[in-house]
Design a protein around this ligand. Structure first.
Ligand code: ATP
Ligand code: MG
Length: 649
């Protein structure tokens, strides 16, 4: 990856109409780091404040006092910024273009309609006693009601927690419990790739788990009309709840630092982290990045293929685009259904100008050859974007040449749930692109590389990626667990935010993310902590110990390879492998299905008892010759046995 020298320069034509050319980027970036208060005060003015902020930045990254506040004396409402203020100018323009899983199903929702339907839902939530500070869990398909639910919460000051619709009942229960949600909004079923997913059944199951009795009401969107069970008194049809509600609902005046949402990461070390994002800084940052990174201009059709269950869906399907009065496309289905040409066909059907997707989707298409794009012209495209993991140069080139017809810049955007918005990316009219590099920091972002002792590294080098100072979109805490927030992000390298990612900086100062420093799997763009899968396996009566690692997988990016040490009385049969596979699927969700299970009589451990995943990863990847330093192994013979009995691939 490091030797890839091909540079794609910014085209003059693109730079001419872009929000930022090179000179503008340089000027604004310099201002943003030399005078953050001045810069962000100016940028905050892009929002409609009820009370404009006078105090701009109050931040401490010190590990004994992590305290992050932006615009703290300002007040505003996020939904009013995403809806109300557009009504005069854009009331009859599309806000959301919805494309169903079935290619014959789509609809357009104008800003006025989105406003009215959001207000009705907000009034319905109020009538259920939900108000400022209450938490609401969303477990929904990719339908406009998901955006309405987020905005309705924001409108009345409730805090939403969106849980990805692919999660199992247990995963859902854990998140409902942690957030103490009084209301859950779901649908009878979701539809993906022509198949129904029983969302309501999953909610029913989740609410039988201990500690979930905080949930008083379940609001159910009728998406498919499929069979569901009904709990009288608890369950309410969404369409009934909103039917007679007023189409106006006053927007609650919120403090800039009041929470807007909680969003859980995969959690590499056990319980997932519920990141807390707040109101004023988050929206300023989502809106600014959406405009500049995607070079969004009025009336353009913008499509982000993420799910609203991930932060990308929050910031770049809902909040950023809608704050900017953009046309945002929301797709219910999967890119491979009914055929692999679907993504291109959607682009043609809705004349999409900006397409933001993930490397795993690009690789999945690429595996079918250039001809998968024959069913579409994609002439409308002007800009492409990538997010979620490093995009390998081959996939980048294919994305550029085939999907973008060799005429669209690609913004490779590095960021995290914790950062709220894009952090490192080329601005398409300003920064020459190198395939595989996220290039340079966005306004206000000060990346740095440090060695394992925390020493700042200068020039072209590898290191741990940290951010030196705060930016408005940053998460403020972990829900109910500020101590863990500090431990995870601020205690490793004092005075800085530690991203957990490794990174290389080249001679041009470009950043190349090399992957996470810790152990998290990324399977088809879905992040999972190895520890979560391991804990699940160990909960099975036959399993003594388990170690989970990723291995390179052509389509999924990473596959899941599991080493299992059985209990003495358990028999290592193929039946049991199947049973364990089902077990993990049920416990965590189908996305966690193991690709390979290998019986491991013993696992390689350090003398202090820690599993050496580095070695297990090598074996899984079939790189048994370069195991590196094994001198700290407690019992080297364990490794030979594992190599000998590698799972056949
Ligand atoms: P957890 O924090 O629980 O481990 P996660 O980090 O996988 O979950 P996200 O916040 O969705 O969850 O992902 C952020 C991570 O994704 C980054 O830290 C980085 O490793 C990776 N990433 C995202 N975008 C890019 C990109 N453009 N290039 C390289 N890596 C990226
Ligand atoms: Mg992370």
């Amino acid at each position: 990856m490091s030797d890839h020298q091909h540079v794609y320069p910014v085209s003059d034509a693109f730079a001419k109409t872009a929000w930022a050319d090179k000179a503008t980027y340089d000027k604004l970036y310099r201002q943003s780091v030399e005078d953050p208060e001045g810069f962000w005060k100016e940028q905050a003015a892009r929002l409609d404040w009820i009370k404009p902020p006078q105090t701009i930045k109050s931040v401490s990254f010190a590990s004994d006092n992590v305290d992050i506040r932006w615009f703290e004396d300002g007040t505003l409402n996020v939904a009013a910024n995403c809806l109300d203020r557009h009504l005069d100018k854009r009331g009859d323009k599309p806000a959301i273009i919805w494309e169903g899983d079935d290619p014959n199903e789509s609809s357009v929702i104008t800003y006025r309609e989105l406003y009215e339907r959001t207000c009705q839902l907000a009034n319905a939530l109020k009538s259920m006693g939900i108000g400022k500070g209450d938490t609401v869990t969303l477990y929904m398909p990719m339908i406009p009601e998901a955006a309405m639910a987020m905005l309705a919460c924001a409108r009345i000051g409730a805090v939403h927690s969106v849980v990805f619709g692919g999660f199992s009942p247990d995963a859902l229960a854990q998140r409902v419990k942690d957030a103490a949600s009084r209301v859950i909004i779901t649908a009878d079923q979701s539809v993906r790739g022509g198949k129904q997913v029983p969302l309501k059944d999953n909610v029913d199951a989740a609410l039988t788990r201990d500690g979930t009795d905080v949930a008083e009401k379940v609001l159910v969107v009728k998406r498919t009309g499929g069979d569901i069970e009904w709990h009288e008194g608890r369950d309410v049809w969404y369409h009934d709840a909103v039917a007679d509600q007023d189409i106006d609902c006053p927007a609650e005046e919120m403090g800039a630092e009041d929470p807007l949402f909680i969003l859980y990461t995969s959690g590499s070390t056990g319980t997932p982290k519920g990141l807390k994002h707040t109101t004023g800084g988050y929206l300023t940052y989502a809106s600014l990045t959406h405009q500049y990174v995607f070079d969004y201009h009025e009336d353009e059709v913008y499509w982000c293929t993420a799910d609203v269950g991930w932060v990308t869906g929050h910031s770049y399907i809902v909040y950023g685009p809608l704050a900017n009065g953009a046309v945002t496309l929301m797709f219910e289905g999967v890119p491979s259904y009914p055929t692999h040409g679907r993504m291109g066909e959607i682009v043609d059907k809705h004349k999409v100008n900006i397409l933001y997707t993930a490397p795993t989707a690009v690789r999945a298409l690429m595996a079918h050859g250039d001809k998968v794009m024959d069913s579409s012209s994609r002439d409308s495209l002007r800009l492409l974007g990538s997010v979620g993991e490093p995009i390998n140069p081959e996939a980048w080139e294919w994305f550029y040449r085939v999907i973008g017809n060799s005429k669209c810049p690609i913004v490779d955007t590095w960021w995290q749930t914790e950062t709220g918005g894009i952090m490192i990316t080329p601005l398409p009219g300003a920064i020459d692109q190198k395939p595989g590099s996220a290039t340079l920091p966005f306004f206000g972002v000060q990346p740095a590389l440090v060695d394992n002792e925390g020493k700042r590294l200068e020039g072209a080098t590898d290191g741990n990626l940290v951010i030196l100072d705060s930016w408005p979109g940053q998460a403020r805490s972990i829900w109910n667990n500020h101590e863990r927030f500090i431990q995870t992000y601020f205690s490793t390298y004092e005075g800085t935010y530690f991203t957990g990612d490794g990174c290389r900086r080249d001679e041009d100062g470009y950043y190349w993310i090399t992957g996470r420093v810790d152990d998290v799997l990324n399977v088809s763009g879905h992040r999972m902590g190895t520890a979560e899968i391991e804990s699940s396996l160990v909960a099975h009566s036959a399993v003594a110990e388990a170690a989970v690692v990723g291995f390179p997988h052509d389509i999924k990016g990473q596959g899941i390879y599991i080493y299992v040490t059985l209990n003495d009385e358990a028999e290592p049969t193929d039946e049991l492998k199947k049973e364990l596979t089902q077990w993990v699927r049920k416990d965590i969700g189908p996305i966690a299905s193991p690709d390979h299970i290998q019986w491991a009589p013993g696992l390689p451990k350090t003398r202090s008892g820690k599993i050496m995943r580095r070695i297990l990863r090598k074996i899984a990847a079939n790189e048994c010759d370069g195991l590196g330093d094994t001198s700290t192994l407690a019992d080297p013979s364990v490794v030979e046995d594992l190599i000998e009995h590698r799972a056949a691939k």
